[in-house]
Design a protein around this ligand. Structure first.
Ligand code: UD1
Ligand code: CA
Length: 461
């Protein structure tokens, strides 16, 4: 995409978002793992503007700390939220030097760079002073309606709450996105009054003043009305998330990911997926998760902030968080990998196994009903069913060290801190409290086995 050197972009994000009924500012509500404002920022950054401002007011500091300080960005404070026109006013000095200003709202996360690019191109080619993005929508409830004269020329925008019954039937709405010649913009804003139902300075009112001064006002009507949808309440939040999810799933499908029952999976906007991956129904890939090539995940597995290498199989109902799974490993069904579980290549972790803050070496297998915590395990070990590292004494966590090629029999308790050296075999049912030497068999004393001759099973009834 070309650079847009003479454009200053303004994102409006100062409102509280009263209709969200939340202590979190509206633009910080997340959609597929990324804040609403984060989505809009990503979109406008695609245009490579000369400079960018975000107008904040309500919980400004909290918003700044979540978003950080991207390059070329100014945080502009609107101390009192007196309307969208008033918000834009605050950007007068930071936008000096730009020919045009592009204004977008922080609550329209489906918006795409291409659409903004087309709006700006149209604005520049038509030499209009104001170009407004509009859309025809099935349900215009809540939006500002675009009013036109009998020739079809735009004459203004009326907000839903200020509209007459006749105006409410108009299905063309203001998307809240404007491209305006900078000098004219701030002159026109001076003329805008707050004579309306909300006593606010409405940005779209610049249209009326521009027309009164014979300035050219144009509109671009968008075909895909999805993109302009704004979020004002949590019903819209869920609807928009669903639409964005469909878009993201389709993007991955087109890049070579097979998705079973696409409407059942969740792939957050921050996730990366390799080639020839199969995602089975009900799977959720969250946060900073990365999936390598040729993996097969699910059904119904959740992977969050984790790195899954190539050719890994994660079977049904597994939960993986903050972990790394090396290539060609197999995990699940019903496995739980907790933060800092670090599996090397070709590791097998089976059903009802939990691993926390542990390194598991290449080719090792922990296949049934085990807990491995605070452990460093070498390669080619086999940990028998029901074996447990007893890492917690009620106050402190202790480490278990296991060498290479260790065989731990079923139902062994390793009371940490403890070490089992390479090549050792531990007999089933052992309680290990001391260092186990290399090779040979180590086992703890077993209760004597008794036989009771002549004993008979109780009979039913
Ligand atoms: C606005 C438009 C409406 C349009 C709709 C599109 C106005 C008056 N109305 O209505 O015509 O159809 O968007 O989604 O412009 N904000 C500030 N400071 C303020 C007030 C708002 O920064 O003083 C920000 C909000 O944080 C939000 C954006 O501006 O991100 C839009 O405000 P909102 O209250 O959601 O306007 P709508 O009622 O949706
Ligand atoms: Ca809105």
């Amino acid at each position: 995409m070309i650079q847009n050197p003479n454009v200053h972009i303004i994102i409006l994000a100062a409102g509280q978002g009263t209709r969200m009924k939340s202590s979190t500012p509206k633009v910080l509500h997340k959609i597929l793992g990324k804040s609403m404002l984060g989505h809009v920022l990503h979109t406008v950054e695609g245009l490579r503007p000369q400079s960018l401002s975000v107008v904040v007011g309500h919980e400004a500091e909290r918003i700044r700390s979540v978003i950080g300080d991207p390059a070329n960005m100014n945080w502009v404070n609107q101390h009192e939220q007196l309307g969208t026109g008033h918000a834009v006013m605050q950007c007068k000095s930071v936008s000096v030097g730009a020919d045009n200003v592009l204004i977008v709202c922080g609550d329209t996360p489906l918006l795409q760079s291409d659409t903004l690019h087309k709006l700006m191109q149209n604005h520049q080619q038509s030499s209009a002073v104001i170009t407004m993005l509009t859309a025809k929508v099935v349900n215009p409830f809540g939006y500002g309606r675009v009013c036109r004269n009998t020739e079809g020329n735009v004459i203004g925008v009326v907000e839903h709450r200020d509209a007459s019954l006749e105006q409410l039937s108009i299905d063309e709405v203001n998307a809240g996105i404007f491209c305006v010649k900078r000098v004219a913009l701030f002159e026109l804003l001076e003329q805008v009054s707050c004579d309306n139902d909300q006593n606010e300075y409405y940005l779209p009112d610049i249209i009326v003043h521009a027309l009164a001064r014979n300035m050219k006002v144009g509109t671009v009507c968008i075909e895909n009305d999805d993109e302009i949808l704004g979020i004002n309440n949590r019903v819209q939040l869920a609807e928009i998330e669903q639409r964005l999810q469909k878009r993201i799933v389709q993007e991955w499908q087109l890049l070579g990911v097979t998705v079973q029952q696409p409407e059942s999976v969740r792939i957050e906007a921050t996730v990366k997926i390799g080639n020839d991956v199969e995602l089975r129904a009900g799977t959720q890939l969250l946060g900073s998760t990365m999936i390598g090539d040729n993996c097969c995940i699910g059904p119904y597995s959740v992977i969050e902030d984790s790195w899954i290498d190539d050719a890994v199989e994660v079977f049904s109902f597994s939960h993986i968080q903050g972990a790394h799974v090396g290539s060609k490993s197999k995990v699940g069904p019903f496995a739980r990998l907790r933060p800092e579980a670090e599996l090397d290549e070709q590791v097998h972790v089976g059903n009802f196994v939990e691993i926390k803050k542990s390194i598991v070496g290449r080719g090792s297998k922990i296949n049934h009903l085990s807990y491995i915590g605070d452990t460093q395990m070498g390669s080619d070990c086999n940990i028998g069913a029901g074996s447990i590292t007893c890492n917690y004494d009620g106050a402190n966590k202790h480490r278990t060290l296991i060498g290479d090629n260790v065989f731990v029999g079923s139902d062994t308790k390793m009371i940490a801190p403890v070490e089992i050296k390479s090549g050792a075999t531990v007999g089933a049912g052992s309680i290990i409290t001391k260092t186990v030497n290399e090779n040979g068999l180590t086992l703890s004393a077993r209760p004597e086995q008794r036989h009771v001759p002549g004993w008979q099973r109780p009979k039913k009834g």
